[in-house]
Design a protein around this ligand. Sequence first.
Ligand code: 2PG
Ligand code: MG
Length: 388
Amino acid sequence: MIIRGVSAKSILDSRKEKTILVSIKTEKGVFSASAPDGKSKGKYEARPYKKSLEGDILALKKFNDYFNKEIIEGFEDLRRIEDIVEGHVGANTLFALESAALKALAKEKNKEVWQIINPDARKFPRLVGNCIGGGKHSQTKEKKPDFQEFLLIPFTKKIKDSLEVEKKIKTTVEQDLKEKDSNFKSKKNDEKGWMTSLNEKEILEILKKYKVRIGVDVASSGFYKRKKYHYENPMLKRDEEEQIGYLSNLIKNFDIFYVEDPFNEEDFDSFAKLLKKFPESLIVGDDLTVTNSKRLRKAIDNKSINALIVKPNQCGSLLEIKRVCEMAVKNGIKIVFSHRSGETQEDILADLAFGFQADFFKIGIDGKERVSKINRLIEIQKSLKPSH
Ligand code: 2PG
Ligand code: MG
């Protein structure tokens, strides 16, 4: 496949903030892909743009003539694209560019995007759905939970059925919140999780009655300052030991299956202590590992996690994502492909999650930007039906 031209422009994401859309022209047509954007970003994530979105658009324009000298025949040839733009664009731009290239390549080869990554992929990830939110994703002056996300993790064979389970529970949870939270206004946050003034214990008390596994994204780097976790609901500070104690009680009392970023992004040791106590739960790195193979290596050496978040635009390079996924599989670490809080209707995340054989797919339960990706996963599952 020969790339005849590359162009980019800015579009608006689900938060009405600017993000990049990249288009690639080949003999077969024009193929576009856009990048999401986060709000509770890890300190070690790659920058979304080198200097600015506009600067990256100009950089791609400048390199336009270099692309048509390269022949792209398979996934590994993304290296040729990376060699051209490396150091000149940020992770959002690189991810959108490589995604558009994969779409073009899939068309060229008359295949699906996931088949370009791994034609033998068969296992489907379990959905991890955001039901109630707080932290940085709920912009409000009123009280809110300090934890960023309360997640539902159903287990059904069909993705379609898991989505139904999530939707049903989320609707009933609205009634629970109406009863228990006098400030509740049926409002949703950035990821379409319910906004509530309840705190994490009160929320978990509601969720524990449902027949589904429960997860939380503590996103604790967001409220860690001067060696303490600064809780606001209720107002109190916890040091490392107290944070371990508090989380251990929650995991025990509410049978929590999935715990993301329980500690600050530098604290590999506390992650390891929690994992040692709860090897049956998933202790998940997000800001800790930022889809970066060096950070993952450190987490593995320290025995800090048994699951990790993969967010393509944390690093931008699909080749690095492949390295991260291979390292995870080799070391028995579960892979969770994840959306960002600012999303577009781009659905390639589903192909990537399936192609890289993710164990979990973390995504909102409603909103067109989230549902487009679940629908794509359902479509892939339907297309493979005879063998299932
Ligand atoms: C997270 C993500 C997605 P953001 O912390 O896991 O839920 O949030 O995209 O804001 O980094
Ligand atoms: Mg997270």
